[in-house]
Design a protein around this ligand. Structure first.
Ligand SMILES: CC(C)(COP(=O)(O)OP(=O)(O)OC[C@H]1O[C@@H](n2cnc3c(N)ncnc32)[C@H](O)[C@@H]1OP(=O)(O)O)[C@@H](O)C(=O)NCCC(=O)NCCS
Length: 147
């Protein structure tokens, strides 16, 4: 089984939103992804295993900076290295668009995601207080400025 990556299209919005709903407290909806697929500033990718979308990630690229908007693996497929392949592919895509730095926000309680990002050289440089509206949790701000 090989995980294949391709750009997200508007036809993928439904499947992506289904994984999003299983992954986040305040999930984006189908229409949000439908819009993102057509956003010129955005680069979204999907990971396909045996014809099924099992992962997706996206970032906005502006000048040399990539802002990560989404990273998720279907819960049934986590812990097998797919997230690492996914984030590696996202970095490849944003670098191809000229990004030399990448940043994102993550919950301090999200150990798996923080470990994943650290393995790609991102480091926590600060906090946004009360960033997450569902429980008022802070966000860690992570950066890698040498992609
Ligand atoms: C974060 C996420 C994308 C990781 O996907 P994944 O396929 O499980 O990732 P991998 O299997 O490649 O694991 C990546 C690293 O995360 C860590 N990790 C994975 N699952 C973990 C767990 N349950 N607890 C602690 N660490 C974990 C491991 O350190 C692993 O590194 P290793 O291979 O050196 O051990 C996935 O957990 C997810 O979709 N979470 C819900 C959505 C989310 O929180 N996205 C990030 C928002 S900022």
């Amino acid at each position: 089984m090989e995980l294949l990556f391709r750009a997200m299209t508007q036809d993928d919005a439904e499947a992506v939103a289904a994984i999003e709903a299983k992954s986040f407290a305040v999930p984006w909806k189908r229409d949000d992804f439908w819009r993102e697929a057509k956003n010129e500033l955005a680069s979204y990718i999907v990971g396909v295993l045996d014809g099924k979308i099992v992962a997706y990630a996206g970032a906005w690229v502006s000048f040399n900076q990539a802002d990560v908007m989404s990273v998720a693996v279907d819960p049934e497929y986590r812990g097998q290295g797919l997230g690492t392949l996914l984030f590696g592919e996202l970095i490849r895509v944003v670098k191809a668009r000229g990004a030399t730095a990448i940043t994102l926000e993550v919950r301090p309680s999200n150990t798996a995601a923080i470990k994943l990002y650290e393995s790609f050289g991102l480091r926590s440089v600060g906090r946004r207080r009360g960033y997450y509206i569902d429980n008022g949790e802070d966000a860690l701000i992570m950066w890698n400025t040498r992609l």
